[in-house]
Ligand binder design. Sequence first.
Ligand code: SAM
Length: 330
Amino acid sequence: MSQSVLTDRFGRTVNYVRLSVTDRCDFRCVYCMAEEMTFLPREKIMSLEEIAQVARNFVSLGTQKIRLTGGEPLIRKGVVDLVREIGSYGLRDFAMTTNGSQLPALAEGLRRGGLDRLNISLDSLDAEKFRTITRTGKLSQVLDGIDAAKEAGFERIKLNTVVMKGRNEEEIPDLVEFARAKGLDITFIEEMPLGEISEHDRGLALCTSEEVRAIIARHHELELTDDDSGGPSRYYRMPDSASRVGFISPHSHNFCSTCNRVRVTVEGRLLLCLGNEHSMDLLPLLREHPGNDERLREAIIAAMDLKPERHHFSSDGEVEILRFMNMTGG
Ligand code: SAM
């Protein structure tokens, strides 16, 4: 099926699903999680088979793009097998967002399993700062992971950087140079108010995409492209490089009117919007009617009516959504 049958009340077609593979992570990024986290017990999370069943049924409803995320997807045991399974469903685009720490060991298996694209999060090129932002992460491991991904044959690798004033905004030019030197794209993300954090004031730390763009424009000419990732990123090209610079601007540039995506948390909660709680719990259905694809598809179709028109993030850092990004499936 190439045409998605998933349409919401506002006429938007949903053909992109972000599936969370785990809520756990080996990092504790300050904007994403609290330092002390309680993770879900095993019985509350979908098995790999259940995740595959959800993916397969979305595909049969016309989904063309799946992104695996988390938590950190690569720390879930068996994730390469899951990639191989979903990789056989004939998606137009099969991607993953990862912190890169496990890529030295896993990149090749992922590529062979049919994963097309990788987004790798990188907030700093300074080992100490990297450690402060991720609390537990080791920069060299991630840099090795980026190289491993390139060696494994991933072509369009994109870096994701959350920019925070007072933490990493002075690294923007270096991060762009790094992306250019390695032949990668890079997207700068405005921090979103998901979950209560104590490390910094999100309102004060907010560095808007406009500010980031102005900083880069001091070093490189930026030409707006009409490249469309089918998502919230706006991309710019630099005349002397193949690397693109993207911006995700949930505060300064609302992207709800073209939203084509839903998320499924590892608890099996189908989330209709990143910035709202509208959702449908698929886990009871998966457990009470194991293997019943028809019921699952009916539930997914019915859930589309719950997709809200838009979300509102206030830029003063006020938390509107209590779930952290690791639970949301970033
Ligand atoms: N562990 C993987 C990773 O690090 O990429 C995947 C999950 S992570 C939640 C996905 C993306 O969400 C990362 O690029 C991360 O930087 C971003 N993220 C997490 N919390 C965020 C927040 N509050 N605002 C903006 N981006 C956030």
